[in-house]
Design a protein around this ligand. Sequence first.
Ligand code: APR
Length: 232
Amino acid sequence: MKNIVVLTGAGISKESGINTFRDSDGLWENYRIEDVANFDSWQKNPDLVRSFYNQRRKQAMEAKPNQAHKELVRLESHFNVNIITQNIDDLHERAGSKNIIHLHGEINKVRSVRDSNYIIELKHWELTKTDKDEYGEPLRPHIVWFGESVPMIEPSIDLCQNADILIIIGTSLVVYPAAGLMDQTPINCKKYLVDPNEVKADFNGISFVQEKASIGVKKVIDEIFIDNHIIE
Ligand code: APR
């Protein structure tokens, strides 16, 4: 079976009602994501950071997978598929995709500040200052903040280095190391990019499908099926 790697960003969840970060609607109460999503902010103003992620968790729990998330599941009967998502929502999981790497963490989980292996799944949306770890310290969101290491980047690089097909969906490709993954693919890897807007990327050898995810992902998958003589 051929290996397909799918790299997703906020744009794939936009039609599920979750705002992207860098559109005009990407500000949260006049804060830029970069100003909230870092450990310094957590230390200086934990209430603000908790409240920001509580709202994101509530929104993610209420959202439903859209057609783009669902279309990707179709690939799994015919290809070895791995999804690398920058998104912290669980819409790929709820759509039914199996192999998912969350590069930037998961909103439904919280963890200890002292012990990064102490991770708890939160069943409700609200994390409070009374939710504590085994040391009695408040739990933090299980999110990779700006300036923190990205532990899942190594397995993601391995997957890209073995990809026959790479599909990139709804990411501005400005945040590293995620944005560099597309350069890790072999020279003969077929690459697609789905985004309704122009993306600052080296388009050399990439098929750009300028569509919203719900439409563009179906187009790409239909093309892949034709190229590979697959009849559903
Ligand atoms: N379908 C597909 N793409 C869309 C849609 C849509 N309906 N609507 C918008 N987009 C595109 C935008 O054109 C943009 O290129 O989605 C992209 C979203 O870009 P960003 O907001 O920058 O999101 P992303 O690339 O996922 O951000 C990367 O930055 O803030 C951090 O950790 C956060 O994971 C995030 C990372």
